[in-house]
Ligand binder design. Structure first.
Ligand code: 13P
Ligand code: SF4
Length: 365
């Protein structure tokens, strides 16, 4: 049973033009070498480490790996930032990733190449309207996707990312919880279909994954009959239905490594293709078809806010300590609670312990 609720709220402008206009110019080969060398030096001098998402520019992925940082999905970015001993985290991704790092480590400095790098899911879930929605359904456990503001996190009971949402919602359902889910209706729909949980859903979507097209994907599959299809669950249901593997960016990376085929069709942001090709020399990765209406990326899926991250930005923030992420200190303890629950659940799950024991029976909390 699931219902998508089209809550009336003042939708903030979700213009991507501003983001595309801020995408840094590609450095020349010489500039790239100089910037990389400078960043390596600054990382050491500032006791800093790079935490990069799979969708950012290949340079920022390569540099993170070369310097002992991480390239990963949003769950592992959070865990890595929390556990690393560096005093400064340079988060290349979008704002919710920097905010999560700051909430988990308020004593650390968290820097981002561009603090205006946001996310359509975050923009589409303003806290005032979301809180009112929660207030109307006090009998439901509030499960919120990581792609949200600190204030929305502070209104939730559980945080999830695409890599753990299935396990957490299943554990909640098994303990009798009815779910209020926000903001991504496609990820929520996927979780609902897989778990059968009772979910009331906010009507949000990722503007990048929402563009994948099932009819065209079916056609592409016919052209590559031996290819396996890897899909991020922020994609529409008819695209997910064509997948051989569905999961977070790290799950997509794992599936590509482990599946014994040569060709993959990938329905996620094109930034992911870099890591997939690096990790799997000899395998072929084809971008899944989209509506092709993005401003600078006519035939591919690319997040404009992820594209705002560049080498020059990283060098600049390290040099000057600029673009430090700020989270309202009064929000931090409450926003941290659902994140800690998620991290404890996933650690127990990974260690083969009974993670479900961390979820109280309904009425027991
Ligand atoms: P992952 O947690 O799978 O990396 O997803 C984050 C995201 O923003 C995908 O669009
Ligand atoms: Fe948000 Fe979509 Fe960009 Fe991910 S790809 S950060 S969900 S807009």
């Amino acid at each position: 049973m699931s219902t998508v609720i089209d809550v009336e709220y003042e939708q903030p402008a979700c213009s991507t033009q501003h983001a595309w206009a801020r995408v840094p110019v590609e450095p020349s080969a010489d500039e790239r070498i100089a910037l990389k060398a400078r960043i390596k030096q600054l990382l050491q001098e500032r006791n800093a480490v790079m935490v990069s998402h799979y969708y950012v520019h290949p340079d920022l992925q390569d540099l993170a790996i070369e310097t002992g940082g991480i390239v990963s999905d949003s769950l592992e970015m959070a865990r890595f930032g929390r556990d690393h001993t560096a005093q400064t985290l340079v988060v290349s991704g979008v704002r919710f990733m920097g905010e999560t790092a700051k909430i988990l480590s308020p004593e650390k400095t968290v820097l981002m190449p561009d603090l205006d790098a946001t996310c359509s899911l975050d923009l589409g879930c303003p806290v005032t309207d979301f809180s009112a929605f929660c207030d109307q359904h006090p009998d439901r456990t509030v499960v919120v996707y990581a792609n949200t503001s600190a204030a929305v996190k502070a209104r939730s009971d559980w945080l999830v990312t695409s890599s753990c949402a299935l396990d957490i919602v299943k554990a909640l359902k098994d303990k009798g919880h009815k779910i209020l889910w926000a903001p991504d209706k496609h990820l929520g729909g996927y979780i609902q279909r897989e778990t059968g949980a009772d979910m009331l859903m906010w009507n949000g979507a990722c503007i990048v994954h929402d563009e994948f097209k099932a009819l065209e994907l079916e056609q592409l599959k016919k052209e590559h009959p031996n290819a396996k299809v890897l899909v991020h669950p922020e994609s529409p249901a008819d695209v997910v239905a064509l997948a051989d593997a569905v999961g977070s960016t790290s799950a997509i990376s794992k599936a590509a490594r482990e599946m014994d085929v040569q060709t993959f069709i990938v329905a996620t942001d094109k930034g992911m293709l870099h890591a997939l090709r690096q990790q799997n020399p000899g395998k072929v990765f084809i971008e899944a078809p989209t509506a092709g209406n993005s401003a600078t990326c006519k035939s591919c899926a690319h997040c404009p806010w992820m594209a705002m991250n560049g080498l020059a930005g990283v060098a600049h923030v390290l040099e000057f300590g600029a673009n430090a992420v700020h989270v309202d200190p009064s929000l931090i303890p409450r926003a941290r609670l659902p994140i800690d629950r998620m991290l404890a659940f996933t650690s127990a799950h990974k260690a083969g312990q009974n993670a479900g024991a961390l979820v109280p029976h309904i009425g027991a909390a």
